[in-house]
Design a protein around this ligand. Structure first.
Ligand SMILES: [Cu+2]
Length: 162
């Protein structure tokens, strides 16, 4: 009896082995799994990218703030409108990498307006600019990249009118 039993066990084991290796099935499953991973990774990347390019620009963190981006291309928008004496809140953001920036920051500087702000790479912050009481165009600039004040690209204008 036990002599009969032993070959039966061997047979089960070997047929079990053949069931587990039908040619191609394993490989097909792996290909599908890989495809799913690729789609998920691309999807997450797209959502993150959309958040960076649309969300940051479109939704200032502070109510009533003006979203303004600083990059190698300058300030965007590069003209701000204000009434005399008005204080503007700027939701200022920067998605440049630190390696491209002097001291790792973009800056917003104006001697006339009495301001000097720094914005580290890949960040955003709320800043305020108070318009002078005299109407006119007031220049501000970034002095930490791309030629700084000497570069026409790195300037913005505060337009003050009653
Ligand atoms: Cu800059």
């Amino acid at each position: 009896m036990s002599k009969h039993h032993a070959p039966a066990t061997t047979h089960v084991a070997s047929s079990d082995h053949t069931i587990r290796t039908p040619l191609g099935a394993d490989r097909r499953l792996r290909t599908v799994a890989f495809g799913v991973v690729v789609v998920v990774v691309l999807g997450v990347g797209l959502v993150l990218a959309a958040g960076t390019f649309f969300g940051q620009r479109g939704t200032p963190t502070t109510a009533g703030a003006i979203a303004m981006r600083i990059s190698m291309a300058g300030f965007d928008p590069n003209t701000l409108e204000a009434k005399p004496g008005e204080t503007l809140t700027i939701d200022w953001w920067n998605d440049d990498g630190a390696m491209h920036l002097e001291n790792g920051v973009h800056t917003l500087v104006s001697d006339t307006l009495g301001i000097r702000y720094e914005l580290p790479a890949d960040s955003r912050k709320s800043i305020t600019i108070t318009a002078p009481s005299a109407p006119g165009d007031y220049d501000f600039w970034c002095d930490s990249c791309c030629g700084g004040k000497d570069s026409p690209t790195m300037h913005g204008t505060l337009h003050v009118s009653a």
